[in-house]
Design a protein around this ligand. Structure first.
Ligand SMILES: NC(=O)c1ccc[n+]([C@@H]2O[C@H](COP(=O)([O-])OP(=O)(O)OC[C@H]3O[C@@H](n4cnc5c(N)ncnc54)[C@H](OP(=O)(O)O)[C@@H]3O)[C@@H](O)[C@H]2O)c1
Length: 94
């Protein structure tokens, strides 16, 4: 399963990214972040870091990169638009 993780630099998000890399159930992680991730994480072949600043706006270019994602991890109101946008693109696990 491909997943997207928002807030992937944070305490919870970074742990989710590490656990996802280690999980056989997760084939790829799209780490949505305002900042680069540590190199040790970003260099994993299972991780694509997508730098994105404005979580109230999701350009088509970004959504195209997320096509095929089946699950998303997010929290807090400021990240919630991602949930609705991903549903339109087939994200069916939350
Ligand atoms: N840590 C805990 O023990 C704990 C326990 C219970 C609940 N929670 C909840 O879990 C959530 C995450 O906690 P955390 O400890 O991982 O927090 P954190 O370490 O402060 O990380 C927050 C993450 O959200 C991102 N972020 C913050 N403001 C943003 C914005 N306006 N737009 C886009 N991204 C933004 C940060 O990105 P940048 O790096 O770009 O700033 C960072 O990746 C919070 O809602 C917290 O209340 C945490």
């Amino acid at each position: 399963m491909k997943v997207v993780i928002a807030g992937s630099t944070g305490l919870v998000g970074s742990a989710l990214v590490r656990q996802s890399i280690a999980s056989d159930s997760i084939s790829h992680v799209y780490a949505l972040s305002r900042k680069p991730l540590p190199e040790a994480v970003a260099k994993s072949p299972k991780v694509s870091v997508i730098l994105h600043d404005d979580y109230s706006s999701y350009p088509d270019e970004l959504l195209d990169q997320l096509a095929g994602v089946e699950g998303c991890f997010w929290w807090d109101f400021y990240l919630s638009p991602l949930r609705y946008i991903l549903y339109k693109h087939g994200c069916d696990r939350e």
